[in-house]
Design a protein around this ligand. Sequence first.
Ligand SMILES: Cc1ncc(COP(=O)(O)OP(=O)(O)O)c(N)n1
Ligand SMILES: Cc1nc(C(=O)O)sc1CCOP(=O)(O)O
Ligand SMILES: [Mg+2]
Length: 208
Amino acid sequence: MPSLGRLHLITDTRPGRDPLAVVRAALSAARTELVVQVRVEDSATDREAYDLARRVAALCAPYGATCLVNDRLHVALAVGAAGGHIGADDLPVEAARRVLGPTAVLGATAREPGTATEAVAAGASYLGVGPCHPTATKEGLPAPIGVTGVRAVAGAVAVPVIAIGGVTASDVPALRAAGAYGVAVVGALSGAADPAHATTELIAALTC
Ligand SMILES: Cc1ncc(COP(=O)(O)OP(=O)(O)O)c(N)n1
Ligand SMILES: Cc1nc(C(=O)O)sc1CCOP(=O)(O)O
Ligand SMILES: [Mg+2]
């Protein structure tokens, strides 16, 4: 399995956003260090998810960047993505691993050490851990676990921990010190005035 990129950009498909423009800008700055996770609104159709994922996968390929698909693993397979990301409301990890096959990248959400070790035993190749900080991007999340919560999970598993939730470049040093391998962001790039510059700042913090 190729090494995982440290910066995960999750697509922002809320009204008024331009996810493909942000992906293009981030790719130009992060190249192979970028993982793009295609995430659409729950109300989106599979066709809409497929169309976005197909376009993102095509953008990632020349850069050697990784394309993953959130939740909809049949879409990941259909567009030839490297894998997918699942959480508590999605397929169980062992079932997702059967769907994607043994060599695919499979991310699972974990918020504390117990579920983290279970997810890894079931076949997760990385963990999304959070929410680190408050975020307005997603509703219904539990209370932030902070850097302390990330440290607890990272200390319990041997797979890469990707910290998520309200993460900005200034958070990266503390998250890395806590054992995070990388970070996943929506707003830090989608809401940036200059997404390429914001990507450069995140990559610098993640790779120094
Ligand atoms: C890297 C990363 N971590 C966590 C999540 C959240 O996944 P999930 O809990 O399944 O929630 P949805 O994203 O499906 O709303 C993620 N997508 N990526
Ligand atoms: C999709 C998602 N999942 C989270 C979790 O903690 O499971 S936080 C989140 C949104 C992250 O967006 P932003 O970088 O704008 O805070
Ligand atoms: Mg999910």
